[in-house]
Design a protein around this ligand. Structure first.
Ligand code: CAA
Length: 261
């Protein structure tokens, strides 16, 4: 038997109620191979059903968050193969994650890397982070949500220029345009992201899940429909112990003890 350990493409480290996921192909700037995306989806599904975990964070190991889909893995593919394998449909498993998901971005977040960050719920960027959708420079276009999510996040006109030129943009620009929540020095990226995740994980879980669900719905439906959906979720929380506890604690002027039920 060999002693050599095979590096896993995504490492999961649990830190109390926070799950930290590390994209782990540093030699290729965490290029997002099908295997990596599948492993990430497997881990997220595992975290989804882990009652101990209230929030997850994705980090990149090495000098990048992720420099995009793995070009090597698709350079020679034909249209027929791409369509038949529908490999990007794998990514839909990521977007089904129900708990809050934070992207902690340093270095490059390009192509699929930028799309992965944008598919998270909150983005924290290190000062050195560089975002972009450079697919045009290799003869294609974004395929894992870039045209849709970037346009929604920063507006049609900026998204158009970025996608059509492939130009990268800085963490500061991303922040100014509303794509990232905050920009922090690289040395504290990990502690900031874990700190925020801990804070979210300490809130009553069911109210967190329903809030996320309602906010995501805001992107897809017109306001009247979104308001009805939100109201129904709001009412549904009155079947939880945490609603009784939260409101009783407020009236009794004491801190609440969440049961996550
Ligand atoms: N796929 C496969 N390998 C990649 C990669 C990718 N997306 N990005 C980087 N790598 C590899 C490089 O081939 C290189 O490997 P070797 O050492 O074996 O040659 C290694 O990572 C380090 O990269 P560089 O030597 O190029 O590092 P650099 O600092 O000079 O440049 C970079 C960094 C500007 C990010 C450059 O690597 C680059 O332009 N990468 C490609 C970015 C890109 O086009 N992303 C979009 C991919 S398509 C996509 O994502 C489609 C989609 O929507 C799903």
């Amino acid at each position: 038997m060999s002693n050599s350990t095979v590096a896993v493409p995504v490492e999961l480290i649990k830190d109390g109620a926070v799950a930290c996921l590390y994209l782990n192909r540093p030699d290729v700037l965490n290029a997002l191979s099908d295997d990596l995306i599948k492993t990430l989806a497997d881990r997220l599904e595992e975290i989804n059903s882990d009652d101990q975990i209230g929030c997850a964070v994705i980090f990149g190991r090495g000098r990048a968050f992720a420099a995009g889909a793995d070009i090597k893995g698709m350079a020679r593919a034909t249209q027929e193969e791409m369509q038949k394998s529908d490999r990007l449909a794998l990514w839909n498993r990521l977007w089904k994650f129900q708990k809050p998901l934070i992207a902690a971005v340093h270095g490059f977040a390009l192509g699929g890397g930028c799309e992965l960050a944008m598919g998270c719920d909150i983005i924290i960027a290190a000062e050195d982070a560089e975002f972009g959708q450079p697919e045009i420079l290799i003869g294609v276009m974004p395929g894992a949500g870039g045209t849709q999510r970037l346009a929604r996040a920063i507006g049609k006109y900026r998204a158009m220029e970025i996608i059509l030129t492939g130009q990268r943009f800085s963490a500061q620009n991303a922040h100014d345009w509303g794509l990232v929540n905050r920009v922090v020095p690289k040395e504290i990226l990990e502690s900031e992201a874990r700190g925020l995740a801990r804070r979210i994980a300490s809130q009553p879980r069911l109210a967190v899940l329903k809030s996320k669900e309602a906010i995501l719905r805001a992107q897809d439906v017109e306001l009247a429909q979104g308001l009805t959906f939100e109201r129904q979720l709001f009412y549904s929380l009155f079947s939880t112990c945490d609603q009784k506890e939260g409101m009783a604690a407020f009236l009794e002027k004491r801190p609440p003890q969440w049961k996550n039920k």
